[in-house]
Design a protein around this ligand. Structure first.
Ligand code: GTP
Ligand code: MG
Length: 366
């Protein structure tokens, strides 16, 4: 199963517009809130210059990029944790994703209703954070009840967990997020995962700005970017509407238009990369019979058999060894056979941790 980035935010901020641009899908977009009810799912190709360079070297018949899955989720409003708006459903869908892209409305357009009547992305983020934190607080308190009950019979076994939960409860009550707490130790991280805490999900921020304010965005976008920086997470400024419009254009014309508004690459490319980093993914490449070149994504720290399993489960089960070379070394050597003749292709076993940019040939017994 591939990892997913959930697109979340208040209603009517451009989440579905962005989703369509990313995945070339055709999800419903409208100038009124709660257009999206059930989540839309789709994949976006991960732009990768290394793959392009490799393709020029080997001239394959087919080139397939790695992908990231995006899930466009219903908008959230005040009171969502109590089931207001589409509250419960919204929250359940966020629980399932591996990371979230928080979209903020920084575009003015008076034709598009703002759920709170005025443009203020910082206030919007506060609404969102509060709802997520309150939902987490409920989760933690439910768990605390159970743990306290267990503690009556087996106080020693749950002493550690109880202390962790009490600390977290207090911090959520103060309006903090679970993310900093979850980073304090392995026990905290494990508990955050077990409880599917919403405010502990890896995050990135998107400022959806007016086209006229590209490339940097205005004051609102600057505030969102400061927030991203303070949390040490990626922040992306883009115009979802423009990206959606340009998605249907020929590549060279779109590039020319982008240059005209001061953009050197597509906001979507930047966003997909940010999502990739947030999920802590790396890419490796495979080349089958010199014909099919493909990029794959795995979690950083995956072993060679785990990476083989991304390609095919049989390859993981029957894994014997991997022949590996870094993509740049391969390019410099001029090709796989030349690299092998010069002893540049290494043989790696089951324990090998695949590195970002590795080109791998997996040997397995079917
Ligand atoms: N001017 C402008 N309008 C935009 C932009 N992005 C989205 N919109 C408009 O904003 C409205 C809402 O867009 P959606 O993509 O449906 O928003 P959403 O966040 O998915 O909304 P819900 O599903 O209802 O929560 C639509 O009328 C879009 O055309 C933008 O960058 N600029
Ligand atoms: Mg929508």
């Amino acid at each position: 199963m591939s990892l997913q980035v959930g697109i979340i935010g208040l209603p009517n901020v451009g989440k579905s517009t962005l989703f369509n641009a990313l995945t070339q899908a055709d999800a419903a977009v409208a100038a009124y809130p709660f257009t999206t009810i059930d989540p839309n799912r789709g994949v976006a190709a991960v732009p990768d210059r290394r793959l392009e360079t490799l393709a020029r070297l080997v001239g394959p018949e087919q080139v397939t990029p790695a992908t990231v899955e995006f899930v466009d989720i219903a908008g959230l409003v005040r009171g969502a944790h109590k089931g207001e708006g589409l509250g419960n459903r919204f929250l359940a869908h966020i629980r399932e994703v591996d990371a979230v892209a928080v979209v903020t409305r920084c575009f003015a357009d008076p034709d598009v209703a703002h759920i709170d009547g005025s443009l203020d992305p910082v206030r919007d983020l506060e609404v969102l954070d509060l709802e997520l934190a309150l939902a987490d607080l409920e989760t933690v308190q439910r768990r605390l009840e159970k743990t306290r009950a267990t503690a009556k019979a087996h106080p020693k076994e749950v002493k550690g967990e109880l202390a962790l939960l009490e600390e977290l409860e207090e911090r959520l009550q103060r309006g903090e997020q679970a993310a900093p707490w979850a980073k304090e130790g392995e026990a905290q991280a494990a508990l955050a995962r077990e409880l599917f805490l919403l405010t502990a999900k890896p995050r990135l921020y998107v400022a959806n700005v007016d086209e006229e304010e590209l490339p940097d965005g205005g004051e609102g976008a600057a505030a969102v970017m400061r927030r991203a920086e303070a949390e040490g997470v990626p922040g992306v400024v883009l115009c979802a509407q423009l990206e959606a419009d340009l998605a249907g254009w020929p590549a060279d014309e779109a590039a020319e238009y982008r240059a005209g508004v001061g953009l050197d690459s597509s906001g979507l490319e930047t966003l997909v990369w940010a999502g990739y980093r947030t999920l802590d993914l790396i890419s490796f490449f495979t080349l089958v019979g010199g014909k099919i070149l493909r990029a794959w994504s795995v979690r950083r720290g995956a072993t060679a058999p785990e990476a083989a399993g991304r390609v095919h489960t049989d390859m993981q089960r029957g894994f014997i060894r991997a022949e590996v070379i870094d993509w740049e070394t391969l390019v410099k050597a001029g090709g796989w056979s030349a690299a092998r003749e010069r002893g540049l292709v290494r043989t790696e076993g089951r324990e090998y941790l695949v590195q970002d940019g590795d080109v791998c040939l997996f040997r397995f017994s079917p």
